[in-house]
Structures are given as C-alpha cells and as structure tokens.
Design a protein around this ligand. Structure first.
Ligand SMILES: Nc1ncnc2c1ncn2[C@@H]1O[C@H](COP(=O)(O)OP(=O)(O)O)[C@@H](O)[C@H]1O
Ligand SMILES: [Mg+2]
Length: 247
C-alpha cells in the first residue's frame, strides 16, 4: 500500500502539500483529481522518491521512503511503472527498443525472454504490429499505448499515470481509459491515475480523491462522491460559484 502520512511540501513559499494524509488502496484504480497546479505530478513523483517531503512520511508497503538510501530506493522503484504525461519515448529507438530498454538496463533476461516479454506487452496494448515503428510515426494515442507497454514490461506491482488522457481527442481518450481498466484487471496492478479531467476520473476510478488546497478535500467511491455535498468538490465541478455556499 502507498500511504501519505502527514506530508508537507512547499517550493519557495508556494505551499503544495499541507498535512496531506492519504492511503492508496491496493489492487484497484485510484484517481487523484484536482485542478492544474495543485500538486498532482508532485504527488506521483513523491511516490517514487523523485521529490521529497519537507515533513512527513511516504510509506510504500510499510517502508518509509523519505530519505531512503539510493540503493534501497531503486529497489522500491522496481515495483513501479510510470506513464509520463508526454509519453517520454526515445525518438531514436523503435517502439520495440523503447519497451525492451528497461529490461536491458535493469535485468539479466536474455534476448529470447526479452523478446517474449516485449511482445506480450505490445499485444496487451494492441500494438503487436508496431514494434518496428519509431515514435514519430505514431499517433498520440499509439504513443501513449507504447508508454503503457513500457511501464508494464517489468511486471510492476504499481502503475502510475500522469494525465493519461490530456491532449487526446475524446475517442482516443476513451480507448486509453479502457486500456487502463484492462491493464488493472489483467495484470492485477494497483493503478494511480492523476488527472484534472472529471470524465476520465469517472470512467477509470474505482476510488476517487480530490486534491485541493494542499490536502484531500474528499475521497470515496465515484457513487459516494456523486452523492456528496462537499463544497470543494461541488466547486471543482463548477456547480457553485467560488464564494457561494451550498447551504
Ligand atoms: N521541482 C519544482 N520546483 C519548484 N516548483 C515546483 C516543482 N515541481 C512542482 N512545482 C510547483 O508545485 C505546484 C504543483 O505542481 P504540479 O504537481 O506539477 O501540479 P499539477 O500536476 O497538479 O498540475 C506548482 O505550483 C508547480 O509550479
Ligand atoms: Mg501535472
């Protein structure tokens, strides 16, 4: 389980987390929803130790990763797949090579096992015929699928998606949402999706939390949130103006 335990973070006086407390449930897809600039990307980077809290702890399976030695941090990171907002594929490598890279860099697998693992992931994301292509030859949606395949190739326990549907047209976004659901079901991963897109949150989230003002304003199943009169949530949904009360 991933736990944010009273986390504080500020950048030059800009408070991003102010006593953030949150447990990411295991084995389902959790969506962290929030307007842009609220700290969603920082949240993901903190989970893999790329950004440290000023105070507080981040627990990954009962281990606090704050100030962990690099050697141990790398071991924790092995359990994570990360899908970056801009897909972050290497342009000079084919899709096959991009996906094989984490295995070549971090494992002792031979060519044959690498070949079979890469192809398994390509087929999971419906890119079985695209391994020889280069990123510039792919559409935005295909790049995103390739990035998901790369995140999965080491069989992670957790997969983190940063704004996976931002910048995609609605049809392509829907395909990526379906893929996120399929990956969670077939690989039994714990998925964390951060997004400002409510439609996406609703489609993929089995558990949803709203990040605003440096902490979680409300969390629960999508149904629970639908029923909630929480003011920050309603405000985020633009149902009430900034300074008007619901009551
Ligand atoms: N490395 C950093 N250095 C300074 N400020 C940062 C850094 N990373 C993020 N921030 C600031 O933290 C806030 C939250 O950023 P971010 O997590 O990227 O927002 P979101 O992903 O929700 O749009 C922003 O104000 C951003 O400018
Ligand atoms: Mg972001």
């Amino acid at each position: 389980m991933i736990t944010f335990d009273h986390v504080y973070k500020r950048f030059n006086g800009n408070v991003v987390f102010n006593d953030l407390v949150f447990d990411v449930p295991d084995g389902i897809t959790t969506v962290l929803l929030g307007p842009s600039g609220t700290g969603k990307s920082v949240f993901l980077k903190m989970i893999i130790g790329l950004i440290s809290p000023d105070y507080g702890y981040v627990w990954i399976d009962d281990r606090n990763i704050v100030n962990l030695k690099t050697k141990y941090l790398y071991r924790i990171r092995e359990q994570f797949g990360f899908v970056f907002q801009l897909s972050a594929l290497f342009d000079s490598m084919s899709i096959y090579e991009n996906i094989a890279l984490p295995l070549k860099m971090h494992t002792q697998f031979n060519e044959e096992s690498i070949y079979s693992k890469v192809n398994e992931c390509l087929s999971l994301v419906d890119l079985e015929d695209a391994g020889h292509l280069y990123p510039e030859e792919l559409s935005g949606g295909m790049k995103k699928r390739a990035a998901i395949a790369r995140a999965l190739v080491r069989d992670p326990k957790y997969i983190l998606y940063d704004e996976p549907t931002t910048g995609l047209d609605p049809r392509t976004a829907a395909k990526i949402e379906n893929l996120i659901i399929k990956v969670q079901q077939e690989r039994k991963v714990t998925s964390v999706v951060v997004t400002h897109d409510l439609t996406s949150a609703r489609r993929v989230g089995q558990y949803v939390a709203l990040l605003t003002g440096g902490r979680i304003a409300i969390e629960g199943s999508p149904e629970e949130l639908d029923e909630s009169a929480n003011q920050e949530l309603r405000r985020f949904l633009n149902e009430i103006p900034q300074n008007e009360s619901l009551l």
